[in-house]
Design a binder for this molecule. Structure first.
Ligand code: SF4
Length: 390
Protein backbone atom coordinates (compact mmCIF):
# COMPACT_ATOMS: atom_id res chain seq x y z
CA UNK A 1 0.00 0.00 0.00
CA UNK A 2 1.18 3.51 -0.83
CA UNK A 3 2.52 5.71 1.94
CA UNK A 4 -0.07 8.20 3.24
CA UNK A 5 0.36 11.93 2.60
CA UNK A 6 -1.24 13.72 5.55
CA UNK A 7 -2.07 17.40 5.35
CA UNK A 8 -3.05 19.98 7.94
CA UNK A 9 -6.35 21.78 7.45
CA UNK A 10 -7.19 24.87 9.51
CA UNK A 11 -10.73 25.22 8.17
CA UNK A 12 -13.22 23.68 5.79
CA UNK A 13 -11.89 25.42 2.69
CA UNK A 14 -8.37 24.23 3.44
CA UNK A 15 -9.64 20.70 4.08
CA UNK A 16 -11.19 20.67 0.62
CA UNK A 17 -8.07 22.15 -0.98
CA UNK A 18 -5.77 19.64 0.74
CA UNK A 19 -7.97 16.74 -0.40
CA UNK A 20 -8.22 17.82 -4.01
CA UNK A 21 -4.55 18.76 -4.27
CA UNK A 22 -3.45 15.24 -3.38
CA UNK A 23 -3.54 14.59 0.37
CA UNK A 24 -4.69 11.09 1.39
CA UNK A 25 -5.82 12.34 4.78
CA UNK A 26 -6.13 15.61 6.68
CA UNK A 27 -5.82 16.47 10.35
CA UNK A 28 -8.03 19.13 11.83
CA UNK A 29 -8.76 20.74 15.19
CA UNK A 30 -12.12 21.10 16.84
CA UNK A 31 -13.09 24.14 18.88
CA UNK A 32 -11.12 22.82 21.89
CA UNK A 33 -8.39 20.48 23.00
CA UNK A 34 -5.96 21.05 20.13
CA UNK A 35 -2.65 22.85 19.88
CA UNK A 36 -3.70 25.61 17.51
CA UNK A 37 -6.07 27.79 19.50
CA UNK A 38 -5.52 30.57 16.93
CA UNK A 39 -6.48 28.50 13.88
CA UNK A 40 -10.07 28.96 12.74
CA UNK A 41 -10.81 25.37 13.77
CA UNK A 42 -13.91 23.32 13.05
CA UNK A 43 -17.39 23.43 14.52
CA UNK A 44 -19.22 20.13 14.83
CA UNK A 45 -21.25 20.74 11.70
CA UNK A 46 -18.06 21.63 9.80
CA UNK A 47 -16.44 18.40 10.99
CA UNK A 48 -19.44 16.52 9.62
CA UNK A 49 -19.28 18.35 6.30
CA UNK A 50 -15.48 17.90 6.11
CA UNK A 51 -15.75 14.17 6.76
CA UNK A 52 -18.46 13.83 4.15
CA UNK A 53 -16.37 15.70 1.59
CA UNK A 54 -13.17 13.76 2.35
CA UNK A 55 -14.85 10.35 2.48
CA UNK A 56 -16.54 10.92 -0.88
CA UNK A 57 -13.02 11.23 -2.33
CA UNK A 58 -11.73 8.20 -0.42
CA UNK A 59 -9.72 10.37 2.02
CA UNK A 60 -9.61 10.33 5.82
CA UNK A 61 -10.04 12.93 8.55
CA UNK A 62 -8.11 12.84 11.83
CA UNK A 63 -8.99 15.06 14.76
CA UNK A 64 -6.30 16.46 17.06
CA UNK A 65 -7.02 16.13 20.75
CA UNK A 66 -3.45 16.63 21.84
CA UNK A 67 -3.24 19.38 24.43
CA UNK A 68 -1.67 18.60 27.80
CA UNK A 69 -4.94 17.88 29.65
CA UNK A 70 -5.28 19.46 33.09
CA UNK A 71 -8.06 18.39 35.46
CA UNK A 72 -10.38 21.17 34.34
CA UNK A 73 -10.00 20.16 30.68
CA UNK A 74 -11.49 16.76 31.43
CA UNK A 75 -14.98 18.00 32.37
CA UNK A 76 -16.47 18.14 28.89
CA UNK A 77 -14.06 16.13 26.79
CA UNK A 78 -15.87 12.79 27.03
CA UNK A 79 -19.10 14.19 25.56
CA UNK A 80 -17.06 15.92 22.89
CA UNK A 81 -15.32 12.67 21.90
CA UNK A 82 -18.68 11.00 21.33
CA UNK A 83 -19.93 13.93 19.27
CA UNK A 84 -16.95 13.93 16.92
CA UNK A 85 -16.98 10.15 16.54
CA UNK A 86 -20.62 10.47 15.48
CA UNK A 87 -19.61 13.26 13.10
CA UNK A 88 -17.52 10.69 11.21
CA UNK A 89 -13.84 11.24 12.01
CA UNK A 90 -11.49 8.35 11.19
CA UNK A 91 -8.97 8.78 14.00
CA UNK A 92 -7.98 10.87 16.99
CA UNK A 93 -4.48 12.25 17.43
CA UNK A 94 -4.04 12.13 21.19
CA UNK A 95 -1.26 12.68 23.70
CA UNK A 96 -2.93 12.10 27.08
CA UNK A 97 -2.86 8.40 28.00
CA UNK A 98 -6.12 8.50 29.98
CA UNK A 99 -7.88 9.88 26.89
CA UNK A 100 -6.26 7.17 24.79
CA UNK A 101 -7.65 4.54 27.14
CA UNK A 102 -11.10 6.12 27.23
CA UNK A 103 -11.36 6.17 23.43
CA UNK A 104 -10.00 2.63 23.09
CA UNK A 105 -12.42 1.30 25.73
CA UNK A 106 -15.50 2.97 24.28
CA UNK A 107 -15.17 3.44 20.53
CA UNK A 108 -13.95 1.62 17.45
CA UNK A 109 -12.19 4.65 15.99
CA UNK A 110 -8.39 4.64 15.54
CA UNK A 111 -6.05 6.37 17.99
CA UNK A 112 -2.76 7.90 16.85
CA UNK A 113 -0.32 8.91 19.56
CA UNK A 114 0.70 12.52 19.03
CA UNK A 115 4.26 13.72 18.50
CA UNK A 116 3.71 15.64 21.76
CA UNK A 117 4.61 12.39 23.55
CA UNK A 118 8.12 12.53 22.03
CA UNK A 119 8.24 8.80 21.28
CA UNK A 120 11.80 8.06 20.16
CA UNK A 121 12.58 4.37 20.78
CA UNK A 122 11.25 0.91 19.91
CA UNK A 123 10.53 -0.16 23.50
CA UNK A 124 8.09 2.70 23.98
CA UNK A 125 6.48 1.79 20.67
CA UNK A 126 6.24 -1.88 21.72
CA UNK A 127 4.48 -0.79 24.91
CA UNK A 128 2.03 1.31 22.86
CA UNK A 129 1.41 -1.69 20.64
CA UNK A 130 0.31 -3.66 23.73
CA UNK A 131 -2.03 -0.77 24.57
CA UNK A 132 -3.63 -1.21 21.11
CA UNK A 133 -2.60 2.22 19.81
CA UNK A 134 -3.02 2.19 16.03
CA UNK A 135 -0.26 4.58 15.03
CA UNK A 136 2.59 6.52 16.57
CA UNK A 137 3.65 9.95 15.34
CA UNK A 138 7.33 9.92 16.22
CA UNK A 139 9.17 12.84 17.78
CA UNK A 140 10.57 15.11 15.10
CA UNK A 141 14.01 14.66 16.59
CA UNK A 142 14.42 10.93 15.83
CA UNK A 143 17.29 9.94 13.52
CA UNK A 144 16.89 7.83 10.39
CA UNK A 145 18.56 4.73 11.84
CA UNK A 146 16.37 4.88 14.92
CA UNK A 147 13.21 5.19 12.78
CA UNK A 148 14.38 2.16 10.83
CA UNK A 149 15.03 0.16 14.00
CA UNK A 150 11.65 1.10 15.47
CA UNK A 151 9.91 -0.08 12.30
CA UNK A 152 11.95 -3.30 12.15
CA UNK A 153 11.34 -4.23 15.79
CA UNK A 154 7.62 -3.40 16.02
CA UNK A 155 4.42 -3.82 14.03
CA UNK A 156 3.27 -0.27 14.64
CA UNK A 157 2.25 2.13 11.85
CA UNK A 158 4.80 4.93 12.03
CA UNK A 159 4.09 8.52 11.01
CA UNK A 160 6.79 11.17 10.65
CA UNK A 161 6.81 14.87 9.93
CA UNK A 162 8.30 15.72 6.54
CA UNK A 163 7.70 19.43 6.08
CA UNK A 164 7.09 22.66 7.94
CA UNK A 165 8.03 24.53 11.09
CA UNK A 166 10.05 22.91 13.87
CA UNK A 167 10.24 23.69 17.57
CA UNK A 168 13.63 24.65 18.95
CA UNK A 169 12.78 22.55 21.97
CA UNK A 170 11.54 18.99 21.66
CA UNK A 171 7.87 19.39 20.69
CA UNK A 172 5.70 19.58 23.76
CA UNK A 173 8.58 20.23 26.12
CA UNK A 174 8.59 24.02 25.94
CA UNK A 175 7.00 26.58 28.23
CA UNK A 176 8.63 29.73 26.84
CA UNK A 177 5.27 31.02 25.73
CA UNK A 178 3.76 30.49 29.19
CA UNK A 179 6.53 32.52 30.85
CA UNK A 180 6.72 35.32 28.31
CA UNK A 181 3.10 35.83 27.28
CA UNK A 182 0.93 33.87 29.69
CA UNK A 183 -0.14 31.68 26.78
CA UNK A 184 0.16 27.95 27.35
CA UNK A 185 1.99 26.38 24.41
CA UNK A 186 0.78 22.96 25.43
CA UNK A 187 -2.83 24.08 25.40
CA UNK A 188 -2.78 25.71 21.97
CA UNK A 189 -1.36 29.13 22.80
CA UNK A 190 2.25 29.12 21.59
CA UNK A 191 3.34 32.67 20.68
CA UNK A 192 6.53 31.40 18.98
CA UNK A 193 8.80 33.05 21.50
CA UNK A 194 11.77 31.15 20.08
CA UNK A 195 11.50 33.40 17.00
CA UNK A 196 11.67 36.63 19.00
CA UNK A 197 14.86 38.67 19.04
CA UNK A 198 16.67 38.86 22.38
CA UNK A 199 19.75 40.71 23.53
CA UNK A 200 21.89 40.31 26.60
CA UNK A 201 22.27 44.08 27.06
CA UNK A 202 21.81 47.27 25.03
CA UNK A 203 25.19 46.89 23.28
CA UNK A 204 24.96 43.21 22.37
CA UNK A 205 23.88 41.90 19.01
CA UNK A 206 20.26 40.64 19.02
CA UNK A 207 19.82 36.90 18.62
CA UNK A 208 16.96 34.45 18.26
CA UNK A 209 16.54 30.80 19.21
CA UNK A 210 14.56 29.90 16.10
CA UNK A 211 15.39 27.01 13.82
CA UNK A 212 14.91 26.54 10.09
CA UNK A 213 11.89 24.72 8.70
CA UNK A 214 11.89 21.01 7.92
CA UNK A 215 12.03 19.83 4.30
CA UNK A 216 12.41 16.11 3.66
CA UNK A 217 11.81 16.03 -0.10
CA UNK A 218 15.25 14.51 -0.71
CA UNK A 219 14.58 11.66 1.71
CA UNK A 220 11.05 10.60 0.72
CA UNK A 221 12.30 7.60 -1.26
CA UNK A 222 14.51 6.47 1.62
CA UNK A 223 11.70 6.83 4.15
CA UNK A 224 9.34 4.79 1.98
CA UNK A 225 12.06 2.12 1.70
CA UNK A 226 12.49 1.84 5.48
CA UNK A 227 8.74 1.46 5.95
CA UNK A 228 7.31 4.77 7.18
CA UNK A 229 3.51 4.60 6.77
CA UNK A 230 2.49 8.24 6.85
CA UNK A 231 4.14 11.55 5.92
CA UNK A 232 2.83 14.51 7.83
CA UNK A 233 2.99 18.15 6.73
CA UNK A 234 3.01 20.71 9.55
CA UNK A 235 0.83 23.83 9.54
CA UNK A 236 -2.85 24.18 10.39
CA UNK A 237 -2.35 27.96 10.24
CA UNK A 238 -0.89 27.85 6.72
CA UNK A 239 -2.67 29.46 3.78
CA UNK A 240 -4.69 27.55 1.18
CA UNK A 241 -2.01 28.45 -1.35
CA UNK A 242 0.82 27.05 0.77
CA UNK A 243 -1.12 23.82 1.23
CA UNK A 244 -1.92 23.46 -2.46
CA UNK A 245 1.70 23.99 -3.49
CA UNK A 246 3.31 21.81 -0.81
CA UNK A 247 0.80 18.97 -0.99
CA UNK A 248 0.85 18.77 -4.78
CA UNK A 249 4.64 18.87 -4.80
CA UNK A 250 4.98 15.93 -2.39
CA UNK A 251 2.16 14.16 -4.25
CA UNK A 252 4.18 14.32 -7.48
CA UNK A 253 7.34 13.09 -5.72
CA UNK A 254 5.55 10.16 -4.04
CA UNK A 255 3.70 9.15 -7.20
CA UNK A 256 6.90 9.32 -9.24
CA UNK A 257 8.64 7.05 -6.72
CA UNK A 258 5.88 4.44 -6.95
CA UNK A 259 5.81 4.59 -10.75
CA UNK A 260 9.60 4.47 -10.92
CA UNK A 261 9.77 7.77 -12.75
CA UNK A 262 11.48 9.94 -10.16
CA UNK A 263 14.38 11.72 -11.85
CA UNK A 264 16.83 14.25 -10.45
CA UNK A 265 15.24 16.80 -12.80
CA UNK A 266 11.81 16.26 -11.29
CA UNK A 267 13.20 16.36 -7.76
CA UNK A 268 15.09 19.58 -8.44
CA UNK A 269 11.97 21.14 -9.91
CA UNK A 270 9.97 20.21 -6.81
CA UNK A 271 12.71 21.50 -4.51
CA UNK A 272 12.59 24.79 -6.35
CA UNK A 273 8.81 24.96 -5.93
CA UNK A 274 8.98 24.06 -2.22
CA UNK A 275 11.69 26.59 -1.47
CA UNK A 276 9.76 29.30 -3.30
CA UNK A 277 6.57 28.82 -1.29
CA UNK A 278 8.39 28.75 2.03
CA UNK A 279 9.14 32.01 3.77
CA UNK A 280 12.09 30.52 5.68
CA UNK A 281 15.15 28.46 4.86
CA UNK A 282 14.89 24.74 5.41
CA UNK A 283 16.86 21.70 6.46
CA UNK A 284 16.51 17.96 7.18
CA UNK A 285 17.40 18.65 10.84
CA UNK A 286 17.85 15.36 12.78
CA UNK A 287 17.21 12.77 10.05
CA UNK A 288 20.65 12.28 8.55
CA UNK A 289 22.92 13.99 11.09
CA UNK A 290 22.85 15.76 14.43
CA UNK A 291 21.08 19.10 14.12
CA UNK A 292 23.56 21.92 14.68
CA UNK A 293 24.11 25.65 14.35
CA UNK A 294 23.66 25.47 10.56
CA UNK A 295 19.99 24.52 11.17
CA UNK A 296 19.38 27.54 13.37
CA UNK A 297 18.55 31.22 12.90
CA UNK A 298 20.91 32.84 15.35
CA UNK A 299 20.32 36.36 14.14
CA UNK A 300 16.75 37.42 13.49
CA UNK A 301 13.61 35.56 12.55
CA UNK A 302 14.78 34.85 9.01
CA UNK A 303 11.34 35.21 7.49
CA UNK A 304 10.36 36.83 4.21
CA UNK A 305 6.84 37.74 3.33
CA UNK A 306 5.61 35.71 0.40
CA UNK A 307 3.59 37.55 -2.21
CA UNK A 308 3.53 34.84 -4.84
CA UNK A 309 -0.08 33.86 -4.23
CA UNK A 310 -2.18 35.98 -6.58
CA UNK A 311 -5.63 34.48 -6.27
CA UNK A 312 -7.91 31.45 -6.15
CA UNK A 313 -10.66 30.54 -8.59
CA UNK A 314 -13.86 29.79 -6.76
CA UNK A 315 -16.52 30.17 -9.46
CA UNK A 316 -16.66 29.70 -13.20
CA UNK A 317 -19.09 30.65 -15.89
CA UNK A 318 -17.86 29.03 -19.11
CA UNK A 319 -14.44 30.61 -19.53
CA UNK A 320 -15.07 33.55 -17.21
CA UNK A 321 -13.47 32.80 -13.84
CA UNK A 322 -14.31 34.53 -10.56
CA UNK A 323 -11.23 34.87 -8.41
CA UNK A 324 -10.57 35.92 -4.83
CA UNK A 325 -7.49 38.06 -5.25
CA UNK A 326 -4.61 37.85 -2.79
CA UNK A 327 -1.62 39.89 -4.00
CA UNK A 328 -0.97 42.58 -6.59
CA UNK A 329 -0.82 41.73 -10.28
CA UNK A 330 -1.70 43.55 -13.47
CA UNK A 331 -2.49 43.31 -17.15
CA UNK A 332 0.46 41.95 -19.12
CA UNK A 333 1.89 39.87 -16.22
CA UNK A 334 3.06 36.34 -16.95
CA UNK A 335 1.67 34.05 -14.25
CA UNK A 336 1.27 30.33 -13.53
CA UNK A 337 -2.00 28.58 -12.82
CA UNK A 338 -1.82 25.47 -10.66
CA UNK A 339 -4.73 23.06 -10.72
CA UNK A 340 -5.91 20.22 -8.49
CA UNK A 341 -5.06 17.74 -11.24
CA UNK A 342 -1.40 18.75 -10.91
CA UNK A 343 -1.18 20.84 -14.07
CA UNK A 344 1.01 23.95 -14.05
CA UNK A 345 -0.15 26.28 -16.84
CA UNK A 346 1.66 29.41 -18.01
CA UNK A 347 -0.70 32.29 -18.71
CA UNK A 348 -0.41 35.95 -19.69
CA UNK A 349 -2.99 38.25 -18.09
CA UNK A 350 -4.67 39.93 -21.07
CA UNK A 351 -7.97 40.92 -19.44
CA UNK A 352 -9.12 41.83 -15.94
CA UNK A 353 -12.53 42.83 -14.57
CA UNK A 354 -13.80 43.95 -11.20
CA UNK A 355 -16.77 42.29 -9.49
CA UNK A 356 -19.22 44.44 -11.48
CA UNK A 357 -17.67 43.36 -14.76
CA UNK A 358 -15.89 46.64 -15.48
CA UNK A 359 -12.44 46.48 -17.09
CA UNK A 360 -9.52 47.22 -14.76
CA UNK A 361 -5.78 47.22 -15.36
CA UNK A 362 -4.50 46.17 -11.93
CA UNK A 363 -5.70 43.84 -9.19
CA UNK A 364 -4.42 45.52 -6.07
CA UNK A 365 -6.85 44.97 -3.22
CA UNK A 366 -6.30 41.80 -1.21
CA UNK A 367 -9.45 39.71 -0.85
CA UNK A 368 -11.34 41.64 -3.53
CA UNK A 369 -13.29 39.74 -6.15
CA UNK A 370 -12.06 39.95 -9.73
CA UNK A 371 -12.86 38.14 -12.94
CA UNK A 372 -10.62 36.94 -15.73
CA UNK A 373 -11.52 35.25 -18.98
CA UNK A 374 -9.15 32.32 -19.53
CA UNK A 375 -9.32 30.16 -22.59
CA UNK A 376 -8.94 26.90 -20.65
CA UNK A 377 -11.15 24.54 -18.72
CA UNK A 378 -9.92 25.02 -15.13
CA UNK A 379 -11.40 23.36 -12.05
CA UNK A 380 -12.62 25.32 -9.03
CA UNK A 381 -9.81 25.88 -6.49
CA UNK A 382 -7.21 26.34 -9.24
CA UNK A 383 -4.79 29.04 -8.08
CA UNK A 384 -2.84 31.80 -9.76
CA UNK A 385 0.71 32.46 -8.64
CA UNK A 386 3.82 34.25 -9.86
CA UNK A 387 5.97 32.16 -12.23
CA UNK A 388 8.04 29.61 -10.30
CA UNK A 389 9.46 27.59 -13.14
CA UNK A 390 11.06 30.14 -15.46
S1 SF4 B 1 8.13 28.90 21.59
FE1 SF4 B 1 9.13 27.91 19.85
S2 SF4 B 1 10.05 26.05 20.70
FE2 SF4 B 1 8.53 26.79 22.19
S3 SF4 B 1 6.64 25.64 21.67
FE3 SF4 B 1 6.59 27.62 20.60
S4 SF4 B 1 7.44 27.18 18.54
FE4 SF4 B 1 8.02 25.48 19.92
Amino acid sequence: MKVELLSPAGDLERLKIACIYGADAVYIGGYKYNLRANATNFSLSEIKEGCKFAHALGKKVYLTLNIAFHNEDLDLVYDYIKEVVDAGIDAFIVSDLSIVKYIKDNFKVEVHLSTQDSISNYRSVKYLEEEKIDRVVLAREVRRDDIKEIIRKTNMDIEVFIHGAMCTFISGRCALSNYFTNRDSNRGGCAQICRFCFSINSESEPFSMAVKDLNMALYIKDMIAIGVKSFKIEGRMRSPFYLAVVISSYRRIIDAIYSNTLTSNLLNKELKILSRVSNRENSSHFYDKEADVSDQYYSGRGENSNQDYLGIIYKKDNNLYTIRQRNYFKLGDEVEIITPNMDIINFKVTNLYNEKGESISVANQADSIIKISIDKDLPIFSMIRKCYLK
